[in-house]
Design a protein around this ligand. Structure first.
Ligand code: SD4
Length: 332
C-alpha cells in the first residue's frame, strides 16, 4: 500500500495513547503527527525506519525499569550489527578511498558524554564511545588512538569494507568522476541512527552512530560524533539529535541549538523547525541540503522537522509503536 494511503493525521498526543483514546498503530504504519502530549511512561524515538528494530531493543531495557543510557546504547547496537545496513556500523559504505570510517557518540542525564570518530574495523562504535565516557578522562577519541583504546578494551574487530560493499565501491569508483556530489538524503537513501530516550525515572539520554556520508573524503568527520551537533542532552530541558548533511548541522551546532530553544520555552516541534530555518538562512544554495532534527523534552513531548520532505522517525511509547513523518520546509 502506498505510504500516503496509509497515512493518518492525528492531532492527539502521547497522553491520548496512554489513556487508550487512540488505537495503537501497527508497527511500520506511518502517521503524521506532532505528538505534543506529555508521556506518562518511557519514550524512545530514533531516526528512519531502521529505528523500529532499534527501538524494540531499547524498549526491552526501558520496560524493565532500565536506564535511558542503557536503552540508547542497546538500541543502536542493533543497527550497528546489521550488516545489510549500508549507513551504520560494519556494513557501512566507505569513503572515496575505500575505507569504512565510523563515527558515534552517547550522552546521559548527567551531561556525561563520549564520542568516537574515524574508527576503522571495530564493532559497535557506540559502545566504544560509552567506554571513552566511562573509562577515560576524555570525551572524544579518533582514528588510530581510538582503535588502540577499543582493542585494549576487548572490542571485536572486523575487516571492512565487507565483500558486498567492496564490490559496490569498485563499481562506484569506475562510474563516478564527480567526487563531491552531495548525497540525496530521504527515506530510501539515508544514513545514521540517532536515538533519544526518556526512562521511568524521568532521565534522558541519547546516542548517534553512522558510517557517514558515503564516498566522503578520507579523514572527514560529520556531525554525528560531535556533541552539540549530532546529539545533545540536557536533563533539565530535553534532548535532540540530527541526521542529514553533517557539514550544515555543525555550522549551527544543531542539536545544542534545538535544546537551547526548548530551554527558552519552545516545544520540541517548534525548536526543530527553528533550527532547520536557521540552517536554511545560513546557506545560499539549498540543493541537496537535507537536514533533520528530532527532539524530546523533559515531559516526553516529541517533535521533528526537516529541510525537505522524506524524513521519518520511529517512535515507541506505552501505547504506540510506529513511524512518524516529519513536517518539512520544502519539497525536493
Ligand atoms: C553525516 N549526519 O555523516 C551524517 C549523515 C546522515 O542521513 O545523517 N545522513 O553527515
Amino acid at each position: 500500500m502506498e505510504n500516503n494511503k496509509r497515512r493518518r493525521f492525528l492531532k492527539l498526543g502521547l497522553t491520548g495513547f496512554a489513556l487508550g483514546l487512540i488505537k495503537p498503530l501497527k508497527a511500520g504504519e506511518i502517521i503524521s503527527s506532532s505528538f505534543e502530549g506529555a508521556s506518562n511512561g518511557p519514550v524512545v524515538l530514533s531516526t528512519w525506519n531502521h529505528g523500529l528494530a532499534a527501538n524494540s531493543a531499547a524498549w526491552e531495557v526501558l520496560n524493565k525499569g532500565g536506564s535511558a543510557l542503557d536503552a540508547v546504547e542497546k538500541g543502536v547496537r542493533v543497527t550497528e550489527a546489521d550488516i545489510t545496513n549500508r549507513s551504520v556500523g560494519i556494513g557501512g559504505m566507505p569513503d572515496r578511498d575505500g575505507h569504512v570510517t565510523l563515527d558515534a557518540c552517547i550522552m546521559d542525564h548527567e551531561s556525561r558524554c563520549g564520542s568516537v570518530g574515524f574508527l576503522e574495523g571495530i564493532n559497535h562504535p557506540v559502545s566504544v564511545a560509552r567506554a571513552i565516557m566511562e573509562k577515560t578522562q576524555h570525551v572524544m577519541l579518533v582514528g588510530e588512538g581510538a582503535k588502540a583504546f577499543a582493542l585494549e578494551q576487548g572490542f571485536g574487530t572486523i575487516k571492512t569494507p565487507i565483500p558486498e560493499v567492496k564490490a559496490e565501491y569498485k563499481k562506484w569508483k569506475s562510474e563516478n568522476k564527480n567526487l563531491f556530489k552531495k548525497p540525496e538524503i530521504n527515506n530510501e537513501n539515508h544514513d545514521t541512527i540517532g536515538m533519544l530516550a526518556l526512562d521511568q525515572f524521568g532521565n534522558l539520554s541519547g546516542s548517534c552512530t553512522t558510517s557517514g556520508w558515503a564516498y566522503k573524503m578520507h579523514g572527514r568527520l560529520g556531525d554525528s560524533p560531535i556533541i552539540g551537533a549530532g546529539l545533545f542532552v540536557d536533563n533539565e530541558v530535553g534532548a535532540a539529535c540530527a541526521t542529514g548533511l553533517g557539514e550544515a548541522i555543525i555550522r549551527i551546532a544543531g542539536s545544542h541549538t534545538v535544546v537551547e530553544l526548548m530551554r527558552q520555552g519552545y516545544s520540541p516541534s517548534e525548536a526543530c523547525r527553528m533550527a532547520v530555518e536557521r540552517i536554511i538562512s545560513k546557506h545560499k544554495d539549498l540543493t541537496g541540503l537535507q537536514c533533520c532534527f528530532l527532539a524530546i523534552d523533559k515531559n516526553g513531548r516529541v517533535g521533528s522537522y526537516s529541510v525537505y520532505n522524506g524524513f521519518n522517525y520511529a517512535l515507541k511509547t506505552n501505547g504506540f509503536e510506529g513511524m512518524v513523518d516529519a513536517p518539512f520546509n520544502r519539497k525536493w
